[in-house]
Design a protein around this ligand. Structure first.
Ligand SMILES: [Ca+2]
Length: 175
């Protein structure tokens, strides 16, 4: 994990207390509505600035990405590298429950513990949403409103916990 540690230090997130769990801890992702690209582009560690030709993932109108963590973690920040097209974003953090495979609702609902938003419409840069202190969750929904392109996603958590899994378990559905 040397590369990751160096990256976090470069981003000013230094310290062993913080960790990006997006590449290791995502067990299921569900996209909502039509998209282009491979969802694995979001966690391959490549984005403009550190790679000459990074792959992107793009929703054509709007979408939801559902992320399930293997156990509850203390969330700090949700970060996404936005390309040339930006939408408005919302991240909902839940304890328990899950999004349906179709992305049309939650069953069971679970407990909504935090909701953060970004309406900067910033392009070609990282967009960062910070969770309130003490936000503990085991699944998240990343909502995108409007056509948007993404290169990378990071979920920064307090360091303890989290057993690694792989994107081999990721399932993608869309309609
Ligand atoms: Ca990437």
């Amino acid at each position: 994990m040397l590369v990751l540690v160096v990256l976090l230090m470069a981003l000013g997130l230094a310290g062993s207390a913080l960790r990006n769990v997006a590449p290791d801890a995502v067990t299921r992702a569900t996209t909502y509505n039509a998209y282009e690209g491979d969802i694995s582009a979001l966690t391959d560690g490549k984005y403009p600035g550190n790679d000459e030709n990074p792959a992107s993932f793009r929703w054509l109108s709007k979408g939801i990405l559902a992320i399930e963590l293997p156990e509850p973690v203390e969330l700090r920040k949700f970060r996404v590298y936005v390309g040339g097209e930006a939408g408005g974003y919302k991240v909902k953090a839940y304890l328990g429950g899950k999004l349906s495979l179709e992305g049309l609702g939650r069953s069971p609902e679970g407990k909504l513990v935090a909701e953060v938003e970004d309406a900067s419409y910033a392009t070609d840069s990282w967009v960062e949403m910070e969770f309130p202190p003490g936000t503990v969750a085991d699944n998240l929904e990343f909502w995108d409103f409007g056509p948007a392109e993404f290169y990378e996603m990071q979920i920064i958590v307090a360091s303890e916990v989290v057993e690694g899994t792989t994107w081999g378990k990721v399932k993608v559905t869309f309609r």
